[in-house]
Write a protein that binds this ligand. Sequence first.
Ligand SMILES: Cc1cc2nc3c(=O)[nH]c(=O)nc-3n(C[C@H](O)[C@H](O)[C@H](O)COP(=O)(O)O)c2cc1C
Length: 248
Amino acid sequence: MTIKDRRSIRHYSADVVSEELLNSIIDEAQRASNTGNMQTYSVIITRDEAQKKLLAPAHFNQPMVTSAPIVLTICADFHRFSRWCEERCAIPGFDNIQSFVGASIDAMLLAQNIATIAEREGLGICFLGTTTYNALQIIETLHLPRLVMPLTTITMGYPASMPEQPDRIPVSGIIHNETYREYTSAEINALYEQKEARDDSKKFIEENNKETLAQVFTDVRYPKSASDFFSVEFIKALRRQGFIAEEQ
Ligand SMILES: Cc1cc2nc3c(=O)[nH]c(=O)nc-3n(C[C@H](O)[C@H](O)[C@H](O)COP(=O)(O)O)c2cc1C
C-alpha cells in the first residue's frame, strides 16, 4: 500500500504476525534519522493477552488494545544511553526537558517508519494518543525505568476490512512560502468546507447535539478541561521519570 492509499485500521483478522516480520519492520525502521545517532528510544512489544488486558484501561479500553495481535508502546528512552555513559566513565546530563524533546522527536520518527513499513508489508496500524493521557499507568504496567517515557502506541495486525479513507484539507492549507501568512476567513472557509460537507461530519454534529463540526472537537472530543487535566498528569509523569527535576 502506498502512503496515498493508507488509512488507520481498527479491526484486525486473527492472522498471526510473525516475530520475524515484526523484527524486520523494526530493524528497517531504526534506519530513521536520529539525534547524534544516540537512538534514544525503545519499543515495548505486547503480544500476551493478559498483558494487553492490563494495558487496556490506560487506553480507556479502546478495543484495539485487546483485539490487535500486536501492541507497540514507543518510548523516549535516555535510560539505555545513560547506562552506557555511566559504564564508560562519562557523566550523562540527560535528565531535562531538552533531552526529553530530542528523544521524543527521534521516537516519533521511528514510530512513523514502523507504521509506514508495516503498511507496505500489508499490515494495518492505528496510533493511540491515549499513551500520553495515562502515561503514569503505562509506566507502571510496563515497568519503565527512570528516563523512559511512553509517547505513543501502535496497534498492528492484518486488516479484517478496509474502512473508507478519511479526508485531508487541501495541501495549500498547510504550506507557507518563506514566512507564515495569516489565513483570511475566506481561506479558512475554503479549507474546511469539504470536511464540513461530508455526511459523516453532519452525522457527527447531529449525534453530539452541536451546531458546528468545530464544536464537536472543542466541546466533546478534546475539551480544554480534559487537556488541562492530562497536561498536569503528563508533567507528573515527566517528573517521576526524571526528565524534570524534583524541585521544578
Ligand atoms: C498521535 C496520534 C494519536 C491517535 N490516537 C488515536 C486513538 O487514540 N484512537 C484512535 O482510534 N485513533 C487514533 N489515531 C488515529 C487518527 O484518528 C487517524 O490517524 C486520523 O483520524 C486520520 O485517519 P487515517 O489515519 O485513517 O488517515 C491517532 C493518530 C495519531 C497520529
